[in-house]
Design a protein around this ligand. Sequence first.
Ligand code: DCP
Ligand code: CA
Ligand code: CA
Length: 361
Amino acid sequence: MRGPVACLDIDYFFAQAEELRDPSLKSRPVVVCVFSGRTPDSGVVSTCNYVARKLGVRSGMPINRAKRLLQNVDAAFLPVDMEYYRGLSERVFAVAERFSDVVEIASIDEAFLDLKAACGGDYGEALQLMRSMKDSIAGEIGLTCSVGVAKNKLLAKMASDDSKPNGLKVIWPGTEKDYLAPKPVDEIPYVGKKTAERLRSIGVSTVGELARVEPSTLVGLFGYRVGHFLHLASRGELDEPVIRRGEAKQISRIITLKSATRDIDEILQQLRRVVNDLHARILSKGVFFEGVSVIGITKDMQTVSRSVLMPRASQSIEDLSDAASQCLRELLDKLNVELRRVGVKVYKLSGAKGQSRLTQF
Ligand code: DCP
Ligand code: CA
Ligand code: CA
């Protein structure tokens, strides 16, 4: 059995990003626009904050329509700033990568995490981890996101959509069918208005009804690909794996301590396994690291961390172990916290195979 899988989606992303750099916007409708330049008002709404959504503004709407809806309020119409959003997006996904080695970046504001290795199939543990990830993203970057946890990507995405904004929702194993049955079909991701209308024409409006339609009927109506998608999706059985694209930018390992503590010797002893594990991963991937950090999660789910950069790229377990001890010591010296979970991360990775680097020799 696969799972649990999480879907992380940043709330009203581009508009929230604008609020982040100018908090005075928070109380006003914020509309982020793709101005086409033909006339000052031509173009479409990219996204908007919830203040504007309450007044009827939506993604994809013509800008002049949004302006009419907001004509009596003090709204801000801002142009998209992709470079800025991309930077924030990378930082959010870097936090996500501390919580799983297998992160699939699906779009600028959406990623899937395979949590099986991190929580050993325990959904309660997955929930705790994702709560802590949300806290880290809010604390370190200042953005809210919504996270869904379920047995596959599609269900996780639906749970994330359901919990918006700033939500966290688990679809517990065994409850998938009950969760899906009453939902309107257009709440299945990627099912648009046209598909929903054609389904309604054969008397299908809920996911539960869709699940009872013969797959051959769906293939007849929508073709093989979409037909099969609808059949599997409606039964919660679309189990596509989470696939990490590209090279890992970091590798990390985290464990739960036997009990919350700030005793350095105790933590170091338990950390030895993490360091060994991580080192094995480093060797098997054939990479060198320059950055090492220790991440601690406290009893009250705060994330704390300390990092060091090595003078040169290394692959040695002594370097890794020394750096991790140093980070942990600094962290405990500076902060009066008891740790519940502790992890080690290596980053600034370089390949051992092919591209060699002068600093390695
Ligand atoms: N986007 C866009 N045009 C659209 C839809 C989205 O330019 N028609 C951009 C702006 C969004 C970002 O992509 O901020 C992410 O899209 P989402 O669909 O996740 O929507 P939001 O993040 O804006 O809102 P939500 O809180 O519903 O996730
Ligand atoms: Ca979003
Ligand atoms: Ca999204």
